[in-house]
Design a protein around this ligand. Structure first.
Ligand code: ATP
Length: 658
């Protein structure tokens, strides 16, 4: 990058040093400001491409305050601070900086940080602009289609969702003429699935007949401008019962945004975007919606240009059985909890671009599935998807594994070998457990990210690669940065587009669908009919906290299927209650491996007890396979996995010990 830089720093010596280094590197320095007031003046006179921003400044306002102005103006900025404490990092992070530099810093670090910041800024800005242009086009197409109002609103909901995420979208004329309730709404029930709510449905769901329905709607505040309500309980105070309050109670909504739009016939239609997240909306959303006002007005024109809405006769879009929610475009991803859907929105938003993605979430939350979805929804889908588990490769081999080696580069390198980056050429590389990468490898990875080329061990020739990078970790990388075990520059480079996956305990409403999905899968795998899940088991699954997330649930269901007799409903074979968690604490369960060990042990004990009954007989009448209703070959392979030997049970007597 070479462009205009503004330095906002109150220590003159540091600021002057920066100016010299930047000039030598070919940047134009717009000026030095020692306070937010000075910096404000400066950006009004000449807009810089990038700002280097000290956190502690002269005057009342800090760099963090100024960062909000820069964000609103879309100017890239890097923080400069003598303090990289967790608290400052957290506060600074909330302003979405393009980089962070800790004083004292080396000249090289400064230049690398500027490069990374510019990359991050232009990439996210570029992709935002591209997407918003596409949104304008889609909205214009929808407004011109010949469709009923409810169908137009449905289509619009689908295209707006990634930009203004909502759980419920509604539109209706305001102010109300009593008796003419004509709101249309869609409740989000899947990634691309919405349930229609018209007058009839509102009346049923809210338990109100028409005059009451219209009265409740009339009680609601009528906004003349776009507005955000962060706290739906505050709305409750302003009127006895409002439509917003009833909707919030019914659908557990926490915040909403309202946008009034004038129609050609003089009526005003209000669009409402409701979210289950508190503080879900900001002026950024309002600005975007304002830019779509013409299309929003055209869309509403169809439905609200006469007194009676044609959509009132519309049918409800039937929700699918909640037990079988497969999200379209996402292979093997089950569930429709709003937190999961938000992560899927981000996945679809970023998929078409080459932007690096960082997937965050506890172990077993489905990070790999998301990485695969990004790849399969990208233009690289026909290219390779190469997974590297950074935690599983011995540190001595990581470099050759990632970048390849020449023949004879080290002892044992008898052949020239391509590294994973080259194998992933024209496709995607998925760096799982990136938090485990040793520091020296982090430097090398940063180089690949910057130069887009790899160097084999034992060779000085670089090779260009065209690879999209997706990284994942279950660690808190900011903490690792503060501890000094993860490089700040690499963190910023990877963190261009973070996607956080919820833990299973945060999306418990998805447990029944996941349970049914896994139970079906394992019954099919073991050649059994699926007899259903016992109510007691479902209660146990819902009450548990799932430290191992979906992977642990999958293991528990597999175990229940194996240990089930194939006729009765599935039962839990070990206690999963929160009491169980206390006891697991006592058992010192710290990792997923500990959880798996307990599961293995339970299964082992159960199979042993059956083998005792059958006196070591596996096949035939009264054999263990029959008692367990398993194929003998399946039982034998489980026994081999669990280290159980049949011979130990032939001539079994009570004195035998295991
Ligand atoms: N939404 C989902 N629906 C159904 N199955 C899922 C879902 N998410 C994950 N799984 C399954 O759960 C298991 C664990 O998922 P995955 O390996 O992607 O997790 P992870 O977060 O990458 O774990 P780790 O951090 O340990 O690498 C896999 O078998 C995966 O197929």
């Amino acid at each position: 990058m070479s462009g205009n830089v503004l330095i906002v720093e109150d220590e003159f010596i540091v600021a002057n040093d920066l100016r010299v280094v930047l000039k030598q590197a070919g940047y134009k320095v717009n000026g030095i400001s020692a306070s937010v007031e000075e910096a404000d003046e400066s950006i009004k006179k000449q807009k810089p491409d990038l700002v280097i921003l000290d956190i502690q400044l002269k005057g009342k306002l800090s760099g963090i305050d100024f960062a909000r102005t820069l964000r609103a103006e879309n100017i890239a900025f890097i923080y400069l601070s003598a303090n990289s404490s967790q608290k400052i990092l957290e506060e600074a992070k909330s302003t979405e900086p393009d980089g962070f530099l800790v004083k004292p810093f080396r000249e090289k670090d400064l230049l690398v940080s500027l490069d990374i910041a510019w990359y991050r800024h232009t990439h996210s800005l570029d992709s935002k602009l591209r997407q918003e242009t596409l949104l304008q086009k889609q909205m214009s197409d929808i407004s011109q289609e010949v469709l009923d109002a409810d169908q137009k609103l449905l289509k619009m909901a689908g295209v707006i969702q990634p930009f203004v995420p909502f759980d419920l979208i509604a539109s209706g004329t305001r102010p109300f003429k009593t008796g003419q309730f004509n709101d249309l709404a869609y409740l989000r029930i899947g990634f691309n699935e919405y349930q229609f709510l018209g007058k009839k449905e509102f009346a049923t769901i809210l338990g109100l007949k028409d005059p009451a329905l219209a009265m409740v709607a009339d009680n609601s505040p009528i906004d003349t401008d776009a507005n955000i309500y962060d706290d739906l309980s505050a709305v409750e105070m302003s009127a006895p019962v409002t439509l917003q309050k009833v909707l919030a109670d019914t659908f557990k909504l926490k915040s909403y945004l309202v946008l009034p739009v004038a129609l050609h016939n003089g009526l005003v239609v209000h669009y409402f975007f409701y979210s289950r997240q508190p503080n879900a909306y900001s002026t950024r959303h309002i600005n975007l919606l304002q830019s779509l006002k013409t299309h929003l007005s055209d869309v509403a024109q169809t439905g609200f240009d006469t007194a009676e809405s044609p959509a009132l006769s519309s049918n409800m879009v039937q929700p699918k059985n909640s037990a079988a929610i497969f999200q379209s475009g996402f292979k093997g991803i089950i569930g429709n909890h709003p937190l999961l859907l938000s992560a899927l929105d981000l996945t679809m938003q970023v998929a078409p671009y080459t932007t690096s993605v960082l997937i965050l979430g506890e172990s077993g939350t489905g990070k790999e599935n998301i990485a695969r979805s990004i790849h399969s929804n990208s233009p690289r889908k026909n290219g390779p998807f190469v997974k590297v588990n950074c935690a599983a490769i011995p540190s001595a081999l990581i470099e050759s594994e990632l970048f390849g080696h020449e023949k004879g580069a080290f002892t044992g390198a008898s052949e020239k070998r391509k590294g994973k980056f080259e194998q992933a050429n024209d496709g995607t590389i998925f760096l799982d457990e990136i938090g485990e990468l040793p520091l020296d490898m982090q430097v090398k990875l940063l180089r690949v990210l910057q130069e887009k080329e790899v160097e084999y061990i034992g060779s000085s020739i670089s090779k260009k690669v065209n690879v999209r990078i997706i990284a994942a970790t279950n660690r808190n990388l900011e903490k690792e940065v503060a501890k000094g075990t993860f490089r700040l520059d690499l963190y910023y480079r990877l963190n261009v587009f973070p996607i956080t996956l919820p833990a299973l305990r945060e999306r418990k409403s998805d447990i029944p669908a996941l349970t049914e999905f896994f139970a079906n899968k394992f019954c099919h795998e073991f050649g059994r009919l699926f007899p259903g899940v016992a109510e007691s088991m479902m209660e146990g699954l819902n009450a548990y906290d799932w430290p191992g997330n979906i992977r642990e649930l999958e293991n528990v269901i597999e175990q229940s299927v194996i240990l089930n007799d194939g006729k009765s409903k599935l039962e839990l074979k070990r206690s999963l209650t929160n009491k169980g968690i206390e006891s697991t604490d006592k058992l010192n369960i710290a990792t997923l491996e500990d959880v798996k060990n307990i599961q293995r042990e339970t299964e082992r004990e159960y199979i042993i007890s059956i083998l005792r009954k059958s006196k070591g007989l596996i096949r035939g009448a009264n054999g263990a396979a029959e008692l367990l209703n398993l194929k003998p070959t399946t039982l034998e392979s489980r026994m081999a996995k669990l280290g159980i030997q049949r011979e130990d049970f032939t001539n079994f007597t009570e004195s035998n010990k295991f």
